[in-house]
Design a protein around this ligand. Structure first.
Ligand SMILES: NC(=O)c1ccc[n+]([C@@H]2O[C@H](COP(=O)([O-])OP(=O)(O)OC[C@H]3O[C@@H](n4cnc5c(N)ncnc54)[C@H](OP(=O)(O)O)[C@@H]3O)[C@@H](O)[C@H]2O)c1
Length: 350
């Protein structure tokens, strides 16, 4: 009997929010490849964990961007960490772990050039390869260091601060000698940022007095604003920018689920305060990933960077709900979907 596996395809482009049961379709009867289907240099990848990222909403829009949109009927694009179950590659033997853009599928044949080896430092774990030692950690690193040019004495404000990227941004800024204010969406997240991650201050943007508290907390004005959310928080940050402030434009999650995104009202502050506002995409730094991974792995193993994961169990059936809930702030730290738990955690290899 042919073995089958599940995958999730894009069924209909959403106009605004993702609609579970309509935007995506679960396909349960894909024939599962076996070792005899592999060509030289290929592996059979079994997905353990999926990375759930805000950018995925943008990949559903049929517009010009840094990456082409997912096509209707195509497996939903996603980062993943998985196990090599069969191999015709000397680089990835059976049983090795790897990260890849495998998508929302339980199994996939991949070329070994599409896989990245997972390296776990002392104190690290397998899933760090999708967070601190993966795309979000790299985004935090290049965003705050190379784009934000953070330096000792800076006053740094980070939005989306309790998420995968923001939580690492704030900790790197602290390591570089900055004072850090984080903005997040719940009192528990605010507590985590201050008490466990060592942020100097943190505010809940859902508090009714948030605008007043933000003005008070930024009375000495902002040197670096790391923007993950856009919208009203970006406007507030613009109004509190120091002359020559650096605004690192990493993302704008508050505007991802609308067909009518709003730009900043306070944009004239860019002129009057001579702000440098710069967007970036982490892939631009691909050649420099080894430099960043070395630092991130060292900070992680020394306990200088702490991290949290929110892991949604229940397999691929839960992927669309997890993506919808990301925009409602379900996660503290990195949001992952567990497709199949890894058989064993990797031993430290650094
Ligand atoms: N430029 C790049 O190369 C690059 C690469 C990776 C990620 N990014 C961007 O980095 C940002 C963070 O991504 P991530 O993967 O680390 O996700 P994340 O921060 O772990 O998760 C998203 C968080 O955004 C917050 N949020 C949702 N709606 C919001 C709203 N309307 N206003 C304020 N906050 C809201 C939620 O937390 P709360 O409870 O705090 O609301 C949620 O937990 C995103 O904008 C993403 O697109 C950019």
């Amino acid at each position: 009997m042919t073995r089958t596996h599940k995958s999730v395809i894009l069924a209909k482009r959403p106009k605004d929010n993702i609609i579970p049961g309509e935007t995506f379709k679960l396909v349960s009867d894909n024939p599962t490849p076996s070792a005899s289907d592999l060509k030289d240099g290929e592996v059979l990848f079994e997905t353990n964990y999926l990375s759930i990222d805000p950018a995925m909403r943008g990949w559903l829009n049929d517009t010009r961007s840094y990456i082409p949109p997912v096509k209707i009927g195509e497996i939903m694009r996603s980062g993943a960490i998985g196990t090599v179950k069969a191999s015709k590659s000397s680089k990835f033997p059976v049983g090795s772990y790897a990260t890849a853009t495998a998508g929302w599928t339980e199994y996939k044949i991949l070329k070994d050039t599409e896989l990245q080896r997972v390296v776990v430092p002392k104190g690290g774990r397998l899933t760090d390869g999708l967070s601190v030692l993966g795309m979000t950690g790299l985004t935090a690193y290049f965003g705050i260091i190379d784009v934000g040019k953070v330096k000792a004495g800076d006053f740094v404000v980070v939005s989306g601060a309790a998420g995968a990227t923001g939580s690492v941004v704030g900790q790197i800024a602290k390591l570089k000698g900055a004072t850090v204010l984080g903005i997040a969406g719940s009192s528990d997240k605010v507590r985590w940022l201050k008490e466990e991650l060592g942020f100097d201050d943190a505010l809940n943007y859902k508090d009714k007095d948030f605008a007043k508290k933000f003005r008070a907390a930024t009375k000495h004005l902002i040197d670096v604003y790391f923007d993950n959310v856009g919208g009203e928080i970006l406007d507030m940050a613009l109004s509190r920018a120091k002359p020559h402030a650096r605004f690192v434009m990493c993302g704008g999650i508050s505007q991802y689920n609308t067909s009518n995104p709003q730009g900043p009202k306070n944009y004239l502050m860019i002129v009057s305060m001579r702000i440098r506002m710069e967007g970036f995409i982490v892939f631009d730094y691909a050649k420099e990933y080894p430099r960043a991974l070395k630092d991130l792995a060292q900070w992680l193993s020394e306990g200088k960077i702490k991290r949290k994961e929110t892991i949604i169990k229940g397999g691929l059936d839960q992927a669309e709900n997890a993506l919808r809930d990301l925009y409602n702030g379900v996660n503290t730290g990195k949001l992952l979907v567990e497709v199949k738990p890894a058989e064993e955690q990797l031993k430290a290899s650094l």
